[in-house]
Design a protein around this ligand. Sequence first.
Ligand code: FES
Ligand code: FES
Length: 164
Amino acid sequence: MTTQETIKQTFNFSVNGQPQTVHSYPMKRLLDVIREDLTLTGTKEGCGEGECGACTVFMDGLLILSCMTPICQVQGLDITTIEGLADSTGLHPIQDAFYEEGGAQCGICTPGMIMAAAHYLEHPDSAENMGEALAGNQCRCTGYTRIFASVEKAFEAVGKPLPE
Ligand code: FES
Ligand code: FES
């Protein structure tokens, strides 16, 4: 490690619309900052190696893997976690659909899956189809049928055609 990496620094960014200041080693993973420093434990760790998507959050509206993102790359940016998806009117349509269709079982993949699905609902042109949109998110429980049914239901609920 270089000297800079062993000295704590101050990072300012926002999480779910709230300004945050964290004193941290610059290479601390955003996932750990979210869960430990900010006690937002909705975001999960699966593989910790960038393979499973469980730790997915939005950074300035883009999907990122928080296990692969050091806090030093988050300075001044806006992070959205699963806790920030619902608003004062209620759950996000993807959350409602997962609830109604039983899209979650053990729940480890669910926050990341919901973030990826929410991004797809917002940006249907970002992928060829639903399978591609969720390809970075692995689930060991559901066999994907209920997850796909949940995403279909959310598109239906907001009146958007699901790309084939
Ligand atoms: S925990 Fe980040 S991709 Fe698996
Ligand atoms: S619900 Fe258990 S890993 Fe997906």
